[in-house]
Design a protein around this ligand. Structure first.
Ligand code: PEP
Ligand code: MG
Length: 536
């Protein structure tokens, strides 16, 4: 049996599909002489062109006109004799084909991403695609198409990036296993949102499991049984059945208000990553949306979503939720949430770097596009804006100024919009410590325990070696939470929690005691959270 961290409850029984981490390390490749290296490069280029032409054809038959245009752009670039001759020149000076392709592509990526023009930056991400494909062909590594796996698959990868997770079709996937990542990594959050059992940080999983192995995944205990005996399979089938029954027993809480035994009214909301998830919040009995992670709208694409696209996403959620509150967080990128086309500079310490509200305040056009879309969508429901990673009061003031500027523009343009409350995430020790001051500027607080725990304990939320320190129950984290709630109450503003700890049945009694108003959890945990609160 393999053991990791149970990161998303439930049991999965199925067949292993290993998602190769495209290891593009070519440091062990030996130089075979200029002629051979050039021939290898030319073969890879020819193969790339052949594959790309095939994809363009099939996209044209289907509906992917835009994608086929992008791929045609790739062909034009690679057919440019200058690019190839530069690679061949490097080979003449002793580079292996992989290094030649990598170096020349990187040169183009740097050149394009340094230009302050959307189209050019788009080119940079095109060249990155070309680079990765060429390296895969040269090294003979092939990526698995996650969206095409067959029913009953259990996916195993070193880690799932958000873009990999977003390709998962939950009808066909029974569970996921990773070698790294903890309970609050984004793979864990997305697995819970999809209701998929997940065992994370399972050491050596990609080595000890082979494609096609029969697997049992226990998403509570983080255990994986490889090629189990028949008895184990029937034991887990029984457990699976009991688990489904237990979930059904929560249904009595579906239409119940969230009220403690002593009569205190609380709210259980859902966290979402895309507009259509709003349906699952309602299907799970959610009373609102406490966190819409808008960064997912910006992923898996080559350019930022336009104001109209964002407006459609936000207004869709607002309409689905009707009068219910919808808290939408402005773009929270950086750290583990990279977006290639935004050309975020590589930083020594991305988690302490130019991310979230810091990045948005410095990239005003991008920020304004999102804010205008939010204000316009607000006319269709009960939207509130939430700023991520706030550390000082000036950030709220600066954001509010930009919001006022957007409102003035919308008014002048005669477009329909609505002013909305602007609140903040309390997810840095700084914000918690000055929460009395921030409460004067923020319309509400939502405590982000995922980051608050990491920053307070000075621990990387995805590093298994220090996972014992990554715990919202540490006294310093509890003190930060309590202080934030107390300061919100004193200022008379609502305070919620949208970090994973909001669904922790051991923490909920303390949160209720301290006066937390709203608990925003992954949709599949809404009813259990309500049950825990109602039983207090
Ligand atoms: C948090 O930090 O607690 C949070 C909810 O935000 P995210 O997990 O998206 O960083
Ligand atoms: Mg956070």
């Amino acid at each position: 049996m393999l053991k990791g961290i149970g990161a998303s409850g439930g049991y999965g029984i199925g067949d292993a599909v290993i998602i190769e981490d495209a290891n593009l390390d070519y440091s062990g490749v030996r130089y075979l002489g200029a002629e051979s290296e050039k021939a290898r490069l030319q073969n890879a280029v020819d193969e790339f062109i052949k594959e790309t032409e095939k994809m363009i054809e099939s996209l044209k038959v289907g509906t992917g006109e835009k994608e086929s245009e992008i791929l045609e752009g790739h062909l034009t670039m690679l057919n440019d004799p200058f690019m190839l001759s530069q690679m061949n020149d490097l080979i003449d000076t002793g580079s292996v084909a992989e290094a030649a392709a990598d170096t020349v592509c990187r040169m183009f990526i740097d050149m394009f991403s340094g230009v302050d023009d959307e189209m050019m930056r788009q080119r940079a991400s095109d060249v990155k695609d070309i680079k990765d494909s060429l390296l895969e062909l040269l090294l003979g590594v092939k990526k698995t198409d996650i969206s095409a796996v067959k029913k009953g698959s259990i996916l195993i990868a070193k880690d799932f990036t958000p873009s990999m997770t977003s390709q998962i079709n939950k009808e066909n996937v029974s569970a996921i296993i990773t070698e790294v990542g903890g309970v609050t990594s984004h793979s864990a959050i997305l697995a819970r949102a999809m209701g998929l059992p997940a065992a994370l940080s399972v050491k050596g999983a990609t080595e000890s499991i082979k494609n096609g192995d029969k697997l049992i995944v226990d998403g509570f205990r983080g255990e994986v049984i490889v090629n189990p005996e028949r008895e184990a399979i029937s034991e887990y089938e029984k457990k699976q059945e009991a688990y489904i029954k237990e979930k059904e027993s929560l249904n009595v809480y579906f239409n119940k208000p969230t009220v403690t035994k002593s009569g205190e009214k609380k709210y259980v909301y859902g966290n979402i990553g895309k507009a259509s998830d709003a349906e699952s919040v309602l299907q799970n009995g959610g009373e609102g949306i406490g966190l819409f992670r808008t960064e997912f709208l910006f992923m898996d694409r080559t350019t930022a979503p336009t104001e109209q696209e964002q407006f459609e996403a936000y207004s869709t959620v607002a309409k689905i939720m009707g009068e219910k509150e919808v808290i939408i967080r402005t773009l929270d990128i950086g750290g583990d949430k990279a977006i290639d086309y935004l050309s975020i500079e590589k930083e020594e310490n991305p988690f302490l770097g130019h991310r979230a509200i810091r990045y948005c305040l410095d990239n005003k056009p991008l920020f304004k596009t999102q804010l205008r879309a939010l204000l316009r969508a607000a006319a269709f429901g009960n939207i509130k804006i939430m700023l991520p990673l706030v550390t000082e009061v000036e950030e709220i003031r600066a954001a509010k100024e930009i919001i006022a500027e957007c409102e003035a523009e919308l008014k002048a343009e005669g477009l329909q919009y609505k002013s909305v409350p602007v609140g903040i995430m309390v997810e840095t020790p700084s914000a918690a410590i000055i929460s009395d001051i921030l409460a004067k500027e923020a319309a509400f607080f939502s405590i982000g325990t995922n980051d608050l725990t990491g920053y307070t304990m000075a621990v990387d939320r995805g590093n298994a070696k220090v996972a014992h320190l990554y715990d919202a129950f540490k006294p310093s984290v509890l003190r930060a939470i309590e202080m934030t709630i107390r300061n919100a109450k004193a200022a008379g503003i609502p305070v919620g929690m949208c970090g994973e700890a909001a669904a922790n049945p051991r923490l909920i009694p303390m949160l209720v005691e301290w006066g937390l108003d709203e608990f925003s959890v992954t949709p599949s945990a809404i009813l259990q959270t309500r049950k825990t609160i109602c039983e207090l």
